[in-house]
Design a protein around this ligand. Structure first.
Ligand code: FES
Length: 312
């Protein structure tokens, strides 16, 4: 796994851990003990608090009856209301509901409803899920964008899509042309390419004349069948490439010979640097079916018995 893939996996893990952590925090807040100020504050949405504020006069005033010793003596012609005014100390929500006594002097206690800042109010469930959804969707889009960018971005060093050093030209020449004169292409997995011999003297009579596809008597063929994309294996006996999927066949220079393939095998641009062969896997060259072939095919029994109506 490459460093970029590891980075993407790590970012995905961090995003998932972040969402889970936010979920746990919000869940604990919602599970706080009822009756505490923290509980009712976090459980009420901002919209609800706004609606409440708009319905209430500000500040809210509640009347509490004065203590008995503060109630002045009533005039003789007035009834003694002290006992009625303060039957017992009210508590809790009953404070706001204490009736006023006509004619009595009353102490007034002002209760102010303070507006909570967003930090004090916290995040309710709806806000949490909205934000979590947004974060998850954003992380998904971000990671996908990074993945696509990494896939499409030409690699600057190493790997398919970059310029790959496949070895010394002299070594490859000795490797692909056997002692008995038969051909054994060199497969380079990193470049997804077969390195095959291609006599430079044959260039002028081939359809590749003028194209930078031969260096040091070598050419690089893309391993993929141009019909539907199967990897085309080498057939030792026929000295060609024969696709097992639908029977397309190509000679060892990649020229079309038979089957449903619409063109020759694709090939890469190549160059030589300090005696080494460089395959530019970011540049794939396509050519139509060859009419005049540069090498004979087949040179022996075919590896696949499959034939098609298009076979010639
Ligand atoms: Fe090779 Fe169809 S994929 S012949």
């Amino acid at each position: 796994m490459s460093a970029l893939q590891l980075l993407i996996v790590a970012l995905a893990g961090v995003a998932v851990a972040g969402v889970l952590g936010a979920f746990v925090i919000a869940y604990r807040r919602s599970e706080a003990a009822p009756g505490t100020s923290r509980s009712w504050r976090s459980g009420v949405s901002r919209e609800t608090r706004k609606a409440d504020r708009s319905d209430l006069p500000s500040p809210v005033v509640a009347r509490r009856p004065a203590p008995a010793d503060e109630v002045p003596e009533a005039a003789d012609d007035m009834p003694d209301v002290r006992a009625e005014a303060v039957p017992e100390e009210p508590s809790g929500e009953e404070e706001a509901a204490v009736p006023s006594v006509p004619g009595a002097v009353q102490a007034v206690e002002v209760m102010r409803v303070e507006e909570l800042s967003p930090q004090e109010a916290g995040v309710n469930r709806r806000q949490f899920f909205t934000r979590a959804l947004g974060i998850t969707f954003g992380a998904f889009l971000g990671l996908n964008g990074v993945s696509y960018l990494a896939f499409l971005w030409p690699r600057l060093s190493g790997g398919f899509g970059s310029d790959i050093d496949v070895g010394a030209v002299a070594d490859i020449q000795a490797e692909v042309i056997q002692g008995d004169g038969s051909i054994l292409p060199k497969f380079v997995p990193e470049a997804r390419a077969y390195i095959v011999p291609f006599a430079e003297s044959d260039l002028s009579r081939s359809q590749f004349e003028g194209m930078p596809v031969v260096v040091g008597g070598l050419s690089a063929l893309f391993q993929r069948c141009v019909h539907l994309g199967c990897r085309v294996p080498w057939c030792e006996t026929s000295q060609g490439f024969e696709c097992p999927c639908h029977g397309s066949k190509y000679n060892y220079t990649g020229e079309y010979e038979a089957g449903p393939a619409p063109r020759n095998l694709d090939r890469f641009e190549v160059l030589e640097e300090d005696g080494r062969m460089i395959v530019k896997t970011g540049t794939i060259l396509q050519t139509p079916r060859a009419v005049a072939k540069t090498v004979p095919y087949p040179q022996g029994p075919s590896c696949i018995a499959l034939t098609t109506a298009d076979e010639v």
